[in-house]
Design a protein around this ligand. Structure first.
Ligand SMILES: CC(C)(COP(=O)(O)OP(=O)(O)OC[C@H]1O[C@@H](n2cnc3c(N)ncnc32)[C@H](O)[C@@H]1OP(=O)(O)O)[C@@H](O)C(=O)NCCC(=O)NCCS
Length: 181
């Protein structure tokens, strides 16, 4: 599965992407990806083996050079455990910070949303982002997502220096297929 845009190609990962992925995941930029931190190139190769075969876990690559500059992924969810429709998706996005501020995240996410709505049966797409993550909020807004709520001390990804959980305030944004232009 490949999605092409003006400047990007979104495609599944291969083991050959390990160096590029290690470049941005040896020190994840935000706490919500702390658990994805890679300690070594070997760990990156192992991680990429696990991602193979997942058609919704896509590398964001530059069309010109082929370099992997980030990733976008989502998995289908139902509204409750009995729900067979699985028409809800919650994408996560991350760029190598060197490549931010160039419109690549919007270009990738817009094409990915289009794919989810038109090819994967998405009815609703929602995203969680922390209250201090302004670039991610701005991206949600540019994608036409509605801010639906702010959950106070919703989740903890890391501990405080004294070992207690550091809770984050999380915003939820969403858009429905009928709102997608
Ligand atoms: C969130 C994240 C993906 C956003 O990336 P980004 O590069 O800031 O997002 P965009 O693609 O929207 O580009 C931003 C800017 O590039 C600018 N830009 C520069 N050249 C451009 C071009 N040719 N075309 C379009 N935009 C361009 C735009 O003006 C835009 O700024 P604006 O929104 O003020 O108009 C990125 O900050 C990131 O990876 N952060 C760490 C991981 C993270 O926080 N993930 C989300 C967890 S909830």
């Amino acid at each position: 599965m490949t999605i092409e845009t003006e400047r990007l190609v979104l495609r599944p990962f291969t083991e050959a992407d390990a160096e590029d992925v290690f470049e941005y995941l040896h020190e994840p930029a935000v706490n919500c990806f702390a658990c994805m931190k890679l300690e070594s190139l070997e760990a990156a190769r192992n991680e990429l083996k696990q991602r193979q075969g997942d058609e919704l876990y896509l590398a964001i690559t530059l069309r010109e050079s082929g370099k992997v500059i980030g990733e976008i992924f989502a998995h289908p969810e139902g509204n409750d455990p009995e729900d067979e429709k699985m028409d809800t998706f919650s994408p996560c996005w991350m760029l190598n910070l060197y490549y931010t501020g160039k419109g690549y995240a919007y270009e990738a996410a817009h094409a990915y949303f289009d794919y989810l709505f038109h090819e994967k049966g998405a009815r609703r797409i929602y995203a969680y982002t922390e209250d201090y993550n302004l670039p991610s909020q701005r991206l949600c807004e540019k994608l036409g997502m509605r801010r639906e709520g702010l959950f106070m001390e919703f989740v903890s990804f890391i501990n405080n220096p004294d070992g207690t959980p550091r809770y984050e305030n999380t915003m939820e944004y969403a858009i429905l297929k009928k709102e997608w232009r």
